[in-house]
Write a protein that binds this ligand. Structure first.
Ligand code: SGN
Ligand code: CA
Length: 518
């Protein structure tokens, strides 16, 4: 009798789960243990993605992920630079906790990372492409990674026991390796694969098929292009302007040094020809004939920068499309979560800049789109503040694994799967690297939906405050101005709470010693 009752009960639960599954219930989706592909690009600005409203270029494949899933409009990073962002993805922790505060060091691979938990629960884990953490990955079932920043043409690819130079264009090669790994994987297990793209990192070498793709476009100057940096000491001291820092030869390929620059030593003659024809015979000649100086030169550089950058992004988007097609062809699309994100944001001329690093909007915010068939309603938009330290916990949650207590991020899956969650209204940010390579002063701060309060320290010691509703470009530093004392005090208290919550001892010490100057 008891057994009979139990089996009816089990049947009832199973039926309930089946019905819920049809509604895309997250609990059932968790038991499905979907595959995960996380495409993590490098320095790709949301301002260059049409799903985010960009008028600069079309990105139909990234847009497709957003259309079939969710677009996150306040995805942010906790330290806007490459290695630290990747370390935060792996550990779910702030830089001061995982030890990777600066770029170009060695990630401590003894610490727990989210891929370990996936591996231990039966997932196959793999990382292909850019890794940039100074060490080889540990604990993955497979890796084949670029050497440091990696090369655009004929890149070296490092595996556990060898390094091979693969002929071709990096973004294509990464897709080829990805497909090859997927073809050969153990199909009895789900997988989590991180695809690390080199695009769209400096020095923006396009694939030959994309050379000149944007030559007919005339890109409008961003509103803050001619920023005078008045009232903002750190912004005035940086070294990341298109005018001064961006180099004609090395970055914009005007009379590039094909014989000595290691970028071009790697080219095969067949690769060099279209490149040389375009940059030497066309662009450099055009440059010589113009004799531009001053404002005309600045604007010419801006147009060239965007053309190169968007041409590199064109290959990135095309390869994302290729991967989405692969998933369709192999019948994997329905049971694979696809995420596209960049390691941080990037400046496309705002404030006159390229690069990243700042708590300011274009650097802080990163593109993040996510498709999860049956769980995320197509066309969803998430405006909640989500962080890169949340990425690991979210991936774990997708696979039905609880976030370990020492991870500082939180799964944002409940924001898109119907469960709902009380959510943060403010985020904490801390940037460290100084002075090289771009002289951006170390700073920490708080960002809410409407305000930014920043404390710069290091070369100088001062605060900044912005009202994003009135001044979305963050040009007007309100700190110390009449009428803002109460806002300053309130945000400082909130900032201190966050610093305590995340246990950033250095920041707390700086905060408690007061400031030398305003
Ligand atoms: C290189 C770039 C910098 C860039 C850093 C960090 N210079 O040093 O412009 O800020 O990487 O980039 S380059 O001339 O070598 O390209 S990150 O993506 O690793 O954070
Ligand atoms: Ca980067």
């Amino acid at each position: 009798m008891r057994g009979h009752f139990l089996s009816i009960w089990v049947l009832f639960i199973a039926l309930g789960q089946h019905l819920l599954a049809q509604d895309g219930n997250p609990a059932e989706a968790g038991t499905r243990r979907p595959n995960i592909i996380f495409i993590l690009s490098d320095d790709h600005a949301y301002q260059a993605i049409s799903a985010y409203g960009s008028q600069l270029a079309l990105t139909p494949n990234i847009d497709r992920i957003a259309r079939e899933g969710a677009l996150f409009t306040r995805a942010m990073v906790t330290n806007s630079i490459c290695g630290p962002s990747r370390a935060s993805l792996l550990t779910g922790k702030y830089s001061h906790k995982n030890g990777y505060t600066l770029n170009e060091r060695k990630f401590n691979t003894d610490q727990p990372v989210f891929t370990d938990l996936l591996h231990n629960s039966g997932y196959q884990t793999a990382w292909i492409g850019k890794w940039h953490l100074g060490n080889l990955p540990r604990g993955l079932d497979y890796f084949r990674i670029l050497n440091g920043q990696g090369e655009y043409y004929n890149p070296d690819l490092i595996g556990p026991s060898d390094t091979v130079r693969v002929e071709g264009y990096v973004t294509d090669i990464i897709t080829e390796l990805t497909e090859k790994w997927l073809d050969g994987r153990d199909e009895s297990k789900p997988f989590c694969l991180i695809v690390g793209e080199k695009a769209t990192h400096r020095e923006w070498l396009p694939d030959s098929t994309d050379l000149g793709a944007y030559d007919d476009a005339a890109f409008p100057l961003p509103f803050s292009f001619h920023d005078s940096y008045e009232g903002r000491v750190a912004a005035a001291q940086q070294d990341m302007t298109i005018g001064k820092t961006m180099l004609l030869k090395e970055d914009l390929k005007v009379h590039a040094d094909y014989d000595h620059d290691p970028l071009y030593n790697r080219f095969t003659p067949a690769q060099k020809k279209p490149f040389y024809d375009y940059y030497e015979n066309k662009i450099s000649k055009e440059f010589d004939s113009r004799h531009d100086t001053g404002e005309a030169l600045l604007q010419w550089k801006y147009q060239r920068y965007l053309r190169d950058y968007l041409s590199v992004a064109r290959s990135l988007d095309r390869n994302i499309g290729r991967l989405l097609d692969y998933l369709d062809e192999k019948g994997l699309a329905n049971n694979t979560v696809v995420i596209y994100a960049s390691d941080q944001g990037f400046y496309l001329g705002e404030h006159g800049w390229f690069d990243k690093r700042w708590i300011y909007e274009e650097s802080l915010r990163t593109p993040f789109v996510m498709r999860y068939p049956g769980v995320i309603k197509p066309g969803s938009q998430v405006s909640a503040i989500t962080l890169n330290i949340d990425w690991g916990p979210t991936l774990l949650d997708i696979c039905g694994i609880k976030t370990p207590p020492d991870m500082q991020g939180v799964s944002f899956l409940p924001l898109v799967d119907g469960r709902g969650a009380a959510w943060r209204k403010a985020m904490y940010y801390h940037y460290y690297e100084y002075p090289q390579p771009h002289h951006v002063s170390p700073h920490f701060g708080i960002r809410t939906e409407h305000r930014v309060l920043v404390r710069f320290y290091g070369p100088g010691d001062f605060w900044e405050l912005y009202d994003l509703d009135k001044d979305p470009e963050e040009l007007n530093n309100l700190y110390g101005k009449p009428g803002y004392a109460a806002t300053e005090e309130q945000l400082k208290a909130q900032l201190k709470d966050l610093i305590r919550q995340y246990d950033d001892k250095d920041a707390l010490q700086i905060l408690e010693r007061g400031e030398d100057s305003k």
